[in-house]
Write a protein that binds this ligand. Sequence first.
Ligand code: Z5A
Length: 223
Amino acid sequence: MMSASEGAAPVRRGRFITVEGGEGAGKSTQIDVVKRVLAEQGVVVLNTREPGGTPLAEEIRSLLLAPRTEPVTDLAELLLVFAARVQHVEGFIKPALERGEWVLSDRFVDATFAYQGAGRGVNSELIDRLRQFVIPDFRPHFTLLLDIPVSRGMERVGARGAHDRFEREERGFHERVRDCYLEIASSEPDRMHLIDASLPLADVSLAVRQAVLGFLARPGVLQ
Ligand code: Z5A
């Protein structure tokens, strides 16, 4: 007699990949490389970003990034970030993963520890409690951290016009963000892969390619 699982089509599992890094690290540039490498391996990925990724979450993104004269409290900023995130996770990311699709997000919860935690000084235990409350046990399967010294990243984006509320922060803020990302990378080396993003573009792209291929080669990832 056939068991319940015999003969059934294999269940394809979606994977959730995120790309993180400070200002000017080259996330947008390298997200294209990740998509290309995945496509070569037959994996189609849905591209998204945080804050954002759904109509409501994109509206919250605009609220968060717009420079304003009214001071924004750290807690208001944190809660807006998580409001956008729960909408994004429940309305877009989880349904895609449940259909067996892969999702690639430009930033996710590591950015909250880096920007609201280290940058603004919000207690990281509070952020972790909110994370557990809002998206319990939901984490990326793999994260690329594009690391670049703050001054180099700022030089790269310096020529751009209007700066958003985060880009206007002083250098110390961005240094704390960078240090926090590096701490996460050293405490979660299996999930977060550190890339030296200060190298020439071709070298960074090659390192990203190798990192993605390494992830795909892990047992069970392509099942
Ligand atoms: N935020 C938050 O506070 N809390 C949270 O939880 C989340 C986010 C999720 C929006 O992020 C803001 O939201 C973010 C933190 C906050 N603010 N900041 N800062 P975003 O990701 O949309 O914005 P961004 O960080 O400013 O990203 P960006 O400006 O688009 O930069 P990028 O994507 O990392 O870089 P890029 O556009 O690919 O490259 C920048 C330039 O460098 C460009 O001209 C490239 O051609 C060039 N480039 C790229 N790579 C190289 C190399 N290797 N060599 C030379 N030149 C290069």
